[in-house]
Write a protein that binds this ligand. Structure first.
Ligand SMILES: [Zn+2]
Length: 278
């Protein structure tokens, strides 16, 4: 079976010591493609270089949790990078962008400014968006109603059923990952089970959002227990949770989630087709 990890921060410092081995394990597990979303302008070149080195895809954007440290010039850098790399087949989206209304102490107006500006850049570049959403689905949707981007993915989706419906209606796919593997994640599991078949895509968000088998409580971590770092090789096992929730076979889960990812990110589909033909 072949899997697509639609959201994986392979450039993160957590992978500095063993990035090649992490990617090897992912390939061995059947993860044929990942999308690496940038989170801040200073990382754009590194993310792009890594995607080319590994033969995968990437996105460029400024993450809402990085907005406080971002400068206005970073939006110009994004615009410039999107123009310069418009012909790069590995550049498949603008992201990771969005709104985070969960983490306390963030400047919402500043987040909103960067979010809307980046939606406009995505629209002008004709690229879909990879969206970060936390307690912010309504704000996210309001932006998308104002600025008409060509779809994308609401990653690690965690809103209500009504918000999920609204995201799907506006043309977004919904990303499901490690959170769905926890029995107590009732709302996310309900969504994973119930959204239309054309909506779910799979992701790890590695090194973040560990599935339950990697999760360590703060107390366990304080006692020096093994890292809870997530990695793309976990995707098939995470996918098994979606298969179970939807009563799909694992093969159907792979096929449906891949088709949805390709529909959300047309340049990813073209890239994979070109790689397959080569
Ligand atoms: Zn992310």
């Amino acid at each position: 079976m072949r899997w697509i990890d639609t959201h994986c921060h392979l450039d993160a410092a957590e992978f500095d010591a063993d990035r090649a081995a992490v990617w090897q394990r992912a390939r061995a597990a059947g993860v044929m493609m990942v999308v690496i979303p940038a989170v801040a302008a200073p990382t754009f070149d590194g993310v792009r270089a890594l995607a080319h080195e590994l033969g995968v895809a990437y996105a460029l954007g400024i993450h809402p949790l990085c907005v406080d440290r971002a400068e206005a010039a970073h939006l110009e850098q994004l615009q410039d990078a999107l123009r310069r790399h418009a012909g790069d087949p590995r550049l498949v989206a603008v992201g990771e962008i969005g709104l985070d209304w969960f983490v306390p102490g963030l400047d919402r107006e500043r987040q909103q400014h960067f979010y809307l500006a980046q939606l406009k850049l995505a629209r002008d570049a004709g690229l879909p968006v990879l969206l970060h959403v936390r307690r912010s689905a309504d704000g996210l949707l309001a932006g998308l109603r104002r600025i008409d981007v060509p779809g994308g993915i609401a990653h690690a989706f965690n809103g209500s059923a009504a918000q999920a419906d609204a995201c799907v209606a506006i043309g977004l796919k919904l990303g499901f990952g490690g959170a769905m593997t926890f029995d107590r994640a009732l709302q996310i599991r309900r969504l994973a089970a119930g959204v239309p078949e054309h909506a779910p895509v799979l992701e790890t968000d590695a090194p973040d959002i560990p599935p339950y088998w990697l999760y360590r409580t703060a107390a366990q971590r304080a006692q020096g227990e093994r890292t809870q770092r997530n990695e793309p090789a976990e995707l098939p096992r995470i996918a098994a949770a979606l298969a179970q929730l939807r009563s799909w076979s694992l093969a159907d889960t792979a096929a449906i989630s891949a088709a949805n990812a390709r529909a959300a990110l047309p340049r990813l589909a073209a890239l994979m087709d070109a790689m397959h033909a080569a």
